[in-house]
Design a protein. Structure first.
Length: 312
């Protein structure tokens, strides 16, 4: 090895070990995040079969040494096939949470609160067969009550049944992008999927930065984030890219169970309508920031115009 090659090799190895980077003391603490995945809809398979999608997502989590949380709609595992698809999540040690049996919108004015609570217990009866099930409830559509009475009835119900709210901190509309992607592939199975990936990553990062800075404004500290994504083709194809992006931006991936130890998840903001991201709810409760918040906090309506323009 001549001197020039040696110097170059040394420089490369210093860069690889991080010794040549910014001194640790000057670095800002890394935001921490975890993946929390909702619904477990698996009968809508396009491009990948349900089993292929399941394996793709599980392999991504495994190769990132990540234990996620999966919030399951009871109806989706009320069959032999559904249970078989959920079993590897349990075996791999991912946390399994309750997302109700029927996935109803609790803010619908005609909601019967007692029936809604029974629907949660109906899902629990199916989920408790799985050893990694824990009593965390995630409200479908993140709708926690359009009146104080409904909101507080659920809080009492959770206290009585030993449930915690499986809050989201970073909310986004991956489902809306997935709808466009799925529709495109149904029409043209060979369509280029990269523009959907690019839009997804851009949208994900925009929402992550928004909720992270909102959390710091409201709480004056970093929170351990729970990112909301769905069990869909989009994540079957691109969840690995999402994780790689966060890591490249300096964020640290932590297990969902660890994220849920953050005290922010025990907060019970007294706002109506209740729900959305817990960060959004706390910001709403804090009057000074409330005016800058949109409602709903996230929805396809905010993304559709750009997706139209991009031809997605
Ligand atoms: Zn859902």
């Amino acid at each position: 090895m001549n001197r020039r090659t040696f110097t170059k090799t040394l420089a490369v190895s210093i860069a690889a070990t991080g010794l040549g980077g910014v001194p640790a003391i000057a670095r800002k603490p890394a935001p921490q995040f975890s993946i929390t995945m909702d619904d477990f809809h698996w009968t809508n398979a396009v491009k990948l079969t349900a089993t292929e999608r399941n394996e793709a997502i599980l392999n991504t989590l495994h190769s990132n040494s990540h234990k996620a949380a999966l919030f399951v709609i009871g109806r989706n595992i009320d069959s032999i096939d559904g249970k078989q698809l959920l079993a590897p999540w349990d075996k791999a040690g991912h946390m399994i949470g309750n997302h109700s049996y029927s996935h109803r919108n609790f803010n619908a004015p005609a909601t019967d609160v007692a029936a809604y609570q029974q629907d949660i217990l109906k899902a629990e009866a199916l989920l408790k067969e799985f050893s990694r099930f824990q009593k965390y409830f995630r409200f479908p559509l993140l709708k926690e009550g359009d009146t104080e009475a409904k909101r507080d009835a659920m809080r009492s119900f959770f206290a009585q049944h030993g449930y915690r709210n499986g809050h989201v901190t970073i909310d986004l509309s991956d489902w809306a992008i997935d709808q466009r992607l799925t529709a495109r592939l149904k029409k043209d199975p060979n369509a280029d999927v990269k523009p959907y990936r690019d839009f997804y990553l851009e949208h994900m990062w925009a929402r992550a930065e928004y909720y992270d800075s909102l959390a710091q404004r409201v709480l004056n500290r970093l929170v351990r984030h729970t990112v909301l994504v769905h069990f869909n083709l989009l994540n079957g194809l691109f969840l690995g890219d999402v994780l790689a992006m966060f890591k490249a931006k300096g964020w640290q991936l932590i297990d969902a169970e660890e994220a849920f130890t953050d005290p922010v998840f025990a907060a019970k903001p007294k706002v109506v309508p209740a729900g959305e991201s817990i960060v959004w709810s706390l910001a709403k409760e804090k009057g000074t920031i409330a005016k800058s918040l949109r409602y709903p906090a996230e929805d396809a309506q905010y993304e559709n115009a750009r997706m139209d323009k991009l031809g997605l």
